[in-house]
Design a binder for this molecule. Structure first.
Ligand SMILES: Nc1ncnc2c1ncn2[C@@H]1O[C@H](COP(=O)(O)OP(=O)(O)OP(=O)(O)O)[C@@H](O)[C@H]1O
Ligand SMILES: O=C(O)[C@@H](O)C(=O)CO
Length: 425
């Protein structure tokens, strides 16, 4: 197997978002959890997305894990590697986007890296280096209240410069609109000034197509699903990849009980949970009790086992920004987040033990904890539930056949949970 594109994603929901975009753009794609072991039977594919849980860990560890993933991908022939980050550039001044980009840039011998989190399909656009979420700048969006990495600056040239050892420049929309050669020229100018990374504006998919075409001249890029779309379309347009039929994984029904777990506290997820109350049994966990010990998860599993044969259930730890802030001030941000993620993993394990084979998880860190606990080594991509969220079919899992949906906190429409279960038969 010689890969046309290698990808390293800094969380699991982001990886499935990217795998979805690549699949829909005609690339045969598999999502692996971590660097695959040599005995994992992978189908013949054009792209592999290695999912890491490296967005919110210590920067040195994120660098080591990303480097190992890059080495594996290059070893399978990937000439270009995309480091997939969040479309809302989730990170802190301590990293991890800058340190990982710097390390991969050094390893790949790249002079200048194209960086853009734009993903217009989900309302993420970049103009004059400023990231917009829908109609508002990043620092005015709900991301200002993110539990792990609140985003207070929408100017990505500044944000990345604070994290990176290299100088960061801007490749603006006016240049992009003049086409691939103008972009190449501008990149050469920036590189001549010793600038090692360029934040690239992008508002429409056609901008991402130009970026993808130019990025293929390089060995490394950094961005969200939008640049994935650009790279995939450029690979197909250049004839390097023969487009494949999308959603090859939608196979026979898996059946059995279905459950949803929500650890995301985003506005989108809070609204989706409120809507789910109309169509399924919903349990709101007490976050304080979760931190106190395993009793809360045990109580939740007992609640689930009384109801699971009657229809889908949803268990949520999600709270409003004020409640999240209060809990964090009592217990510390990382300790609170970790305890709740581990409780979600306990719940997933208990639910699967009791027969659940269809599981929807909301939140990137939450999904990471759940998928790790279930020891699922990889996924094939099936039908699209919402922009950036596909049905995933587990490959090589101990539990056998299983369908999952890993929802990024901000993704999905108001009826996301029931939309997902309709497609997960
Ligand atoms: N009630 C709560 N109070 C404080 N922290 C919480 C609460 N519920 C969940 N958390 C923690 O908040 C974090 C949410 O992060 P997660 O990545 O799962 O969701 P998200 O950030 O909305 O999703 P994404 O990363 O896909 O955008 C996790 O660490 C989770 O354990
Ligand atoms: O890019 C996005 O917004 C998502 O794929 C994601 O990474 C959120 O965790």
């Amino acid at each position: 197997m010689k890969l046309s594109l290698g990808c390293i994603a800094d969380d699991y929901t982001g990886a499935s978002d990217l795998a979805n975009t690549l699949t829909r753009s005609g690339l045969r794609t598999v999502q692996t959890i971590g660097v695959p072991s040599d005995d994992l039977a992978l189908p013949e594919v054009d792209a592999v997305v290695v999912s890491l849980k490296s967005r919110s860990i210590e920067a040195g560890l994120a660098v080591t894990r990303s480097r190992a993933a890059e080495k594996w991908l290059r070893g399978r022939g990937a000439g270009h590697v995309l480091f997939k980050i969040c479309s809302t550039f989730d990170s802190t001044d301590a990293g991890n986007i800058g340190p990982v980009m710097d390390a991969l840039r050094a390893d790949s011998g790249e002079t200048i890296v194209l960086v853009t989190p734009a993903f217009p399909e989900t309302g993420r656009t970049v103009y004059q280096g400023n990231l917009f979420v829908g109609s508002v700048p990043l620092n005015e969006s709900p991301l200002k209240d993110h539990p792990l990495n609140p985003m207070h600056d929408s100017n990505l040239v500044r944000v990345l410069a604070r994290q990176s050892q290299t100088k960061v420049g801007l490749l603006d929309l006016a240049t992009l609109a003049r086409g691939a050669d103008a972009v190449r020229e501008r990149l050469a100018d920036l590189a001549a000034k010793n600038i090692g990374a360029a934040i690239v504006d992008a508002v429409f998919d056609r901008d991402l197509e130009t970026i993808g075409t130019v990025a293929l001249d390089h060995r490394l890029s950094v961005g969200a699903s939008g640049i994935g779309l650009g790279l995939a379309r450029a690979l197909v347009a250049s004839g390097k990849v023969k487009p494949a039929f999308a959603g090859a994984a939608s196979g026979a029904p898996v059946g059995g009980p279905a459950a949803c777990l929500a650890g995301s506290c985003s506005q989108a997820t809070l609204a989706q949970i409120a809507n789910a109350e109309k169509s399924m049994a919903v349990l709101h966990l007490d976050p304080e009790q979760i931190i106190a010990g395993p009793g809360e998860a045990r109580r939740a599993l007992a609640w689930a086992s009384d109801r699971i044969s009657d229809g889908p259930i949803l268990i949520a730890s999600s709270s409003t920004p004020d409640q999240v802030a209060a809990l964090q001030s009592r217990h510390g941000r990382d300790a609170a987040g970790h305890a709740i993620e581990q409780a979600m993993a306990d719940l997933a394990e208990g639910l699967v033990r009791s027969g659940v084979r269809r599981l929807v998880v909301a939140g990137g860190e939450t999904s990471g904890a759940v998928v790790d606990r279930l020891r699922i080594p990889g996924f094939l991509v099936g039908a699209e539930i919402a922009a950036g969220v596909p049905v995933l079919s587990a490959v090589g899992a101990d539990s056998g056949e299983m369908l999952l949906a890993l929802k990024s906190g901000n993704f999905g429409g108001p009826e996301f949970f029931s939309d997902a279960l309709k497609l997960m038969r």
